[in-house]
Design a protein around this ligand. Structure first.
Ligand code: TYM
Length: 326
C-alpha cells in the first residue's frame, strides 16, 4: 500500500492556504493509502517561542486537523517530539547534506530575513524534514507548492545515503494539488498567505467568524482594469480570488473567470464559498476543544504507531552506516 507522510508546523492558527494547499488533500488519502500525519513541533522551535506556547499550539493544531476531517482511528496522527527517532535520524541526515545545499533553501532565506536570532536549527531544518519523511519509507508527500524544494533535497539526501551505505531509504515524491497549491495573501497578492507575513487582513484563518471572512475577502486587493481573467503575473489579486473560489468549489479557475464580469460579484461568491466550507469545520472544532484529554489520548496512540515504523527504519540506517551495535 502506498505510504503517505506529511507534516505541519504548530504556529497558532491554521489559514486557508494550509487548508487548500495541504490538509484538504490529506483527507481522501487517509482512506486510500497508509497515511501518516505529523505535528512538527521540533520544526516550530527553530524560531524562538515563549515557554509553553509550542505545547498548547500542538494540542490546538491536532484538534484543528481532526476538525478538518483527519480521523486518528484511520490514519496515524502524532506529535513529532513524541517520537524521538526523528531527532536521532535528523542528525544522520545533517551528516548527509552539505552546507551549500542547505544555503540554497528559499524557506531559510525568507525566514532568516524575518528574525534577529537565526538558530542553527533554522539552517538545518530541511535535514529534520528529510528525517520525518524517510523514517516512514514514504512514497508520496502531499504539500503546497512552497515545500517542493524541501522534498527535492530529501530525495537528494536519500540518494546520497543509499549510494554511500547501500539501499536504505525509499525516494519520496511530492504531490502538489492542481488548485490551491499556492494561496496568496489577500492584501499583498505577490506573497503567499502565511502566518509569518504578519498580515492579519490578508490572511483568512480557519476559525475566523463568517463576517470577518466576508470583510477580508471583500477588501482583497485587486487592480484597476476591471477585467476578470486568470493571469497570475498581470493580475495576481484577481487570480488569487479565482484560485480560492475554484479550490473551494472544485472548479477550474481559468474557466470560472468566464462567469464573472465584475470584481464585486467574484468577491461575494468567493466569500460565500469559503464560509460554506468553514462553517461545519468550526462547529466540529468547538466540540473537540472542549475535551483536550481525548485528543491527548488519541495522540499517544498515534505516537505508538509512528514509533514502531520509525524505530525499524532508524535501526536499518544505523546498521547500514556500520555504527557499533549497542
Ligand atoms: P507549513 O507548516 O508551513 O505548512 C503546512 C502545509 O501547508 C502548505 N501551505 C500552503 N499551501 C498553499 N498556499 C499557501 N499560502 C500555503 N502556506 C502553507 C505547505 O505547503 C504545507 O504543505 N516544512 C513544512 C512542515 C514539514 C513537513 C515535513 C511537510 C515538516 N516536516 C515532512 C511535509 C513532510 C512546513 O513548514 O509546512
Amino acid at each position: 500500500m502506498t505510504r503517505v507522510f506529511s507534516g505541519i508546523q504548530p504556529t497558532g492558527e491554521l489559514h486557508l492556504g494550509n487548508y487548500l494547499g495541504a490538509i484538504r488533500n490529506w483527507l481522501p488519502m487517509q482512506h486510500e493509502t497508509d497515511a501518516v500525519f505529523c505535528v512538527v513541533d521540533l520544526h516550530a522551535i527553530t524560531v524562538p517561542k515563549p515557554p509553553g506556547e509550542v505545547g498548547a499550539d500542538s494540542l490546538r493544531l491536532s484538534q484543528l486537523l481532526m476538525a478538518a476531517g483527519l480521523d486518528p482511528e484511520v490514519c496515524t496522527l502524532f506529535v513529532q517530539s513524541h517520537v524521538r527517532e526523528h531527532s536521532e535520524a535528523g542528525w544522520l541526515m545533517q551528516c548527509s547534506v552539505s552546507f551549500g545545499e542547505l544555503s540554497r533553501m528559499t524557506q531559510f532565506k525568507d525566514k532568516s530575513d524575518q528574525h534577529d536570532f537565526i538558530s542553527a536549527g533554522l539552517f538545518t531544518y530541511p535535514a529534520l524534514q528529510a528525517a520525518d519523511i524517510l523514517l516512514y519509507d514514504t512514497d508520496e508527500v502531499p504539500v503546497g507548492e512552497d515545500q517542493r524544494q524541501h522534498i527535492e533535497i530529501t530525495r537528494d539526501i536519500a540518494e546520497r545515503f543509499n549510494s554511500r551505505y547501500g539501499e536504505t531509504f525509499v525516494l519520496p515524491q511530492a504531490v502538489v494539488p492542481a488548485a490551491g497549491a499556492r494561496v496568496m495573501d489577500l492584501q499583498r497578492p505577490d506573497n503567499k498567505m502565511s502566518k509569518s507575513l504578519d498580515s492579519p487582513k490578508g490572511t483568512v484563518n480557519l476559525l475566523d467568524e463568517p463576517e470577518r471572512i466576508e470583510k477580508k475577502i471583500k477588501s482583497a486587493v485587486t487592480d484597476n482594469d476591471g477585467e476578470v481573467r486568470f493571469d497570475v503575473d498581470e493580475k495576481p489579486g484577481v487570480s488569487n480570488l479565482l484560485s480560492i473560489l475554484g479550490a473551494a468549489t472544485d472548479r477550474d479557475p481559468v474557466t470560472l473567470a468566464d462567469d464573472y464580469h465584475q470584481y464585486g460579484a467574484l468577491k461575494v461568491d468567493t466569500a460565500a464559498a469559503v464560509v460554506e466550507l468553514l462553517t461545519p469545520f468550526q462547529a466540529r472544532f468547538a466540540e473537540l476543544e472542549a475535551d483536550p484529554g481525548e485528543t491527548t489520548r488519541l495522540l499517544r496512540i498515534g505516537a505508538d504507531k509512528a514509533r514502531d515504523i520509525a524505530a525499524t527504519t532508524l535501526a536499518r540506517a544505523k546498521s547500514n552506516i556500520g555504527l557499533l551495535a549497542d
